[in-house]
Design a protein around this ligand. Sequence first.
Ligand code: PGA
Length: 284
Amino acid sequence: MTSSVKQPASARRRPWLGTSWKMNKTVGEAVDYARVLAQWAQTAHVDASVAILPPYTALAPVASVFQSLVTRVPVQVGAQNMHWEDAGPHTGEISPVMVRDSGASVVEIGHFERRSACGETDATVNQKVLAALRHSLSVVLCVGEDDATRDYGVVREFVGMQLKIALRGVAATSLGQLIVAYEPGWAIGNSGTSAPTEDVADIHRYLRGVLTSLYGTHAAQARIIYGGSVSQQTAPRYAMAPEIDGLFIGRAAWDVADFIRIIEAFCATRARCGDSTAEVAECQ
Ligand code: PGA
């Protein structure tokens, strides 16, 4: 692995590690998880921001665990999706007002599963991004190609287009609230395989270039993270690449002890080599 791009201090971003629980966990299970994470976050010494994205039913109870709690490691609670309108005749939907009301401060938009199974389009993703920012929610904006797109060799064009459409109308001053999650569809879930670090770093550099072409120096405020079959074993590998600002994790983080281990493993490796020109051998 030859990721050795030295970042100027001004571009250094605190790593962001989040987990979406997808359609898993009852309220009781979710709160138990949150309590353990809260306890850890009060004393842990890692340089990272952490986020958990429960299902809607557990959003408010989980957010209340962290309410008025001072943690050494910041923990955000987030929703996995939302509608772009504040209210209206949208049966089964949740609005940004409701997401805020639950105590959440972040929302995931455009996950591969929602794009492929729920009719999410680049246009609706854009509307949701704008609505989230209007309501002062941070956004985890998911982009990523499927198998066929990869086989055709147009991954950069594809994710670049997803990113540009998603950000239409977004002001440069909002970029600090933006976390772009590169999550190739073929890497996600039980049948997925995690993407090689160098390939991820390459796409991240490309996405960073797209952001810079749109926003100039403001682009440095946005994070670009990776998701797709991340595990305790692969997390440190991704931490070695300074282009990767964090991880978005599914299955491997649904047990709170495992999530904490992944966070600690990523941060330990990042502290050793994520911001240096050291070669991999020096980082291990
Ligand atoms: P996975 O899910 O880690 O279980 O592959 C990642 C995601 O869908 O964000």
